[in-house]
Design a protein around this ligand. Sequence first.
Ligand code: HXC
Ligand code: NAP
Length: 286
Amino acid sequence: MNTTSMLQKDSLKGKTILVTGGGSGLGKSMSTEFLNLGANVVIASRSLDKLEVAAKEMEDETGGTVLPVQCNVKEYSDVENVLSETIKKFGSLDILVNNAAGNFVSPTERLSHRAFDAVVDIVLKGSYNCTLEIGKYWIKNKIKGVTLNIVTTYSWTGSGYVVPSACAKAGVLAMTRSLGAEWGKYGIRTNAIAPGPFPTEGAWSRLFPKAFRKFYDPTKKIPLKRFGDHQELANLASYLVSDYSAYVNGEVVTIDGGEWIYGAGEFNLMDKIPSSLWGMIKKITK
Ligand code: HXC
Ligand code: NAP
């Protein structure tokens, strides 16, 4: 594993990047890497206090410039405000990372319709609000913008116990592919990353609470037997928003150590069979 910067210094120089949910977790790690590569970064989420603390930390660490803007992505007027504040500060906006999300585990029959809305509105509505407002701005101003959507592997497999999130992320993946096709003619690229498990406070506190940990170890279903490292994701995100990926459009890139494919393959659990038994199995099956 190599957890240093992958791209050359200044690969993102001159670019202004909006990262929703950029004040914590993976959004913060991606933002830090974008700053290291020379970009200006705007971080937007509900808690301005959290954003301001994160912005200061990132500026101190990288020497870059961060604009924190309070924004509930569910509210279209908040998204309009982020765009106008960004233009006021940096002159333009080139790249959008739809990273903000809400999620928790629950048997679906225990959910209220409000609980379903709470997740779908952040993930799907929040992503299309940002995409629509910023996409219109790019088209009007002939800017060849880039959108990167953070989805998950259950966007296409589905998953029990996180059904609102699975529905919403599937919608975001459909939007990724649809706009890759429709807005490519404007030079606008739309791609997604589907991460497997990467430890963050936000995800772990809601999806793998301590009380669960004695029941199962999530690394057991990952062929590489480990979680992802934030820098690995930040490197992939940097590539996908940079001009190095200029011919990648409408694509979703999985970064999960082989987790989803392991769950999908009919015979993959056969690696539980001890190697000493394979001789006998050959005799039986030949
Ligand atoms: C059941 C729940 C619940 C829970 C909230 N609700 N949490 N129901 N189980 N754990 C219900 C509430 O009772 C309420 O319904 C409704 O949802 C709205 O709740 P609020 O607290 O008012 O919602 P809100 O303040 O909008 O907060 C949204 C949130 C919260 C999603 C519920 O968790 C949040 O702010 N999350 C943001 C960060 C986050 O989730 N990060 C993790 C992303 S990880 P009633 O009927 O009572 O009114 C991720 C990883 C994916 O996406 C893949 C991993 C491998
Ligand atoms: P996180 O730290 O909880 O990130 C979620 C962010 O979204 C927070 O910064 C939060 O900030 C923001 N947010 C929530 N509701 C919002 C709203 N209404 N408006 C604006 N911002 C809002 O969790 P994370 O693990 O880093 O997740 C980041 C992304 O990666 C998500 O899209 C998640 O689905 C995806 N992902 C994560 C994993 C993983 O293993 N960690 C795996 C697959 C996919 P505020 O509270 O300040 O609003």
